[in-house]
Design a protein around this ligand. Structure first.
Ligand code: BTN
Length: 326
């Protein structure tokens, strides 16, 4: 759906009459009514319609705003950022960034969207992405040293996310190998890295981050795991999404720029200090196979150190899920 003028008008949470909206948008009242209906049915927005008062979104909307995000950037992140694209609705910001990379876009492109219609998580799962509620962010970066130089990158991104949240005074989060962001054991966010190019040379990486900020109840009913959002964690005193996005880019962009040179070793101690499963009995699920052991952190390559009866095994990323042992 094309970016609507209607939502910025309704974003303040006040009632607006159909006539006032029609005049502001240069449309008929019927056209406004049709747009309202589309926003309700296609984007799941809770727009109230009250006779004699008009339309409103109770509580308002915290829309993404490029000027506010850019104003929150540190000079170092701003210098490294290529461009910031705020989309209204897209299938997946990761897919969009990959498409743009194929069209020649270079390192530093960031795409974010109010809504993803086909947001993707790890292991083929959907990432529930309702409108104007959460953050869905993808950053493009090119690396010249091949896939081996990128070991541990997704774990380092987890550290960057945790640091951005800390800067915004969000209560302490933890990380679950390989790349879940948790609070009190509930999933707050996830990281999805996708690569293309030459495994031994130049490769493009899309770093995708999803963070639940203020997940609506109806969208949340589609989530099949224990989840939380920043609004719940902060009892309604949630920082705005523009501030959160600025803080995230302040960590993420310099991380991408420096990773090849620094390597995961630079972030490893921080990752270990955030490890939700350090010393815990766990079971790794890989397809039909399961491997039980005690989680002993990660090595310098980001491989999970699983202490089993046969000794400590290094487990690399992939289609693996880690769960607490029953
Ligand atoms: C996971 O924990 O399963 C990873 C979730 C990653 C979700 C983000 S939202 C932005 C980007 N676009 C996507 O389609 N996925 C990632």
């Amino acid at each position: 759906m094309a970016k609507s003028m209607l939502l910025p008008l309704l974003a303040n949470g006040e009632f607006h009459s159909g006539q006032a909206l029609a005049s502001a948008m240069g449309l008929s009242r019927t056209a406004v009514w049709k747009q309202v209906n589309r926003l309700i049915t296609e984007q799941g927005l809770a727009i109230e319609s009250v006779r004699g008062k008009g339309y409103r979104i109770a509580g308002g909307l915290d829309l993404l705003d490029a000027d506010k995000v850019l104003a929150a950037l540190d000079p170092s992140a701003e210098a490294l950022l290529g461009s910031l694209e705020i989309l209204d609705s897209i299938d997946s910001t990761n897919s969009e960034v990959m498409r743009r990379a194929e069209q020649g876009c270079a390192s530093g492109l960031v795409c974010t969207a109010e809504q993803q219609t086909a947001g993707r998580g790890r292991r083929g799962r959907a990432w529930i992405s309702p409108y104007a509620s959460n953050l869905y962010v993808s950053l493009l970066w090119e690396f010249s040293g091949g896939a081996a130089a990128l070991e541990g990158l997704s774990l380092a991104v987890g550290v960057a996310v945790a640091q951005a949240l800390r800067v915004c005074d969000v209560p302490q989060v933890q990380l679950k190998w390989p790349n879940d962001v948790l609070h009190d054991g509930a999933k707050l966010g996830g990281i999805l890295l996708e690569m293309s190019g030459d495994a031994d040379g130049m490769c493009r990486v899309v770093i995708g981050v999803g963070l639940n900020v203020a997940m609506g109840e109806s969208a949340a009913s589609a989530i099949d795991q224990t989840w939380t959002d920043i609004n719940r964690m902060m009892k309604g005193r949630c920082p705005g999404r523009n501030k959160l996005l600025g803080a995230l880019l302040n960590e993420l962009v310099p991380l991408a720029a420096g990773f090849e040179q620094k390597g995961f070793t630079f972030w490893r101690d921080d990752w270990q200090s955030l490890d939700a499963f350090a010393g815990a009995p766990v079971v790794l699920h890989t397809g039909a196979a399961q491997l039980a052991g005690v989680a002993r952190g990660v090595d310098t390559r980001g491989a999970l150190q699983l202490e089993t009866t046969a000794g400590v095994q290094s487990v690399y990323g992939g289609e693996i899920s880690l769960r607490a042992a029953p």
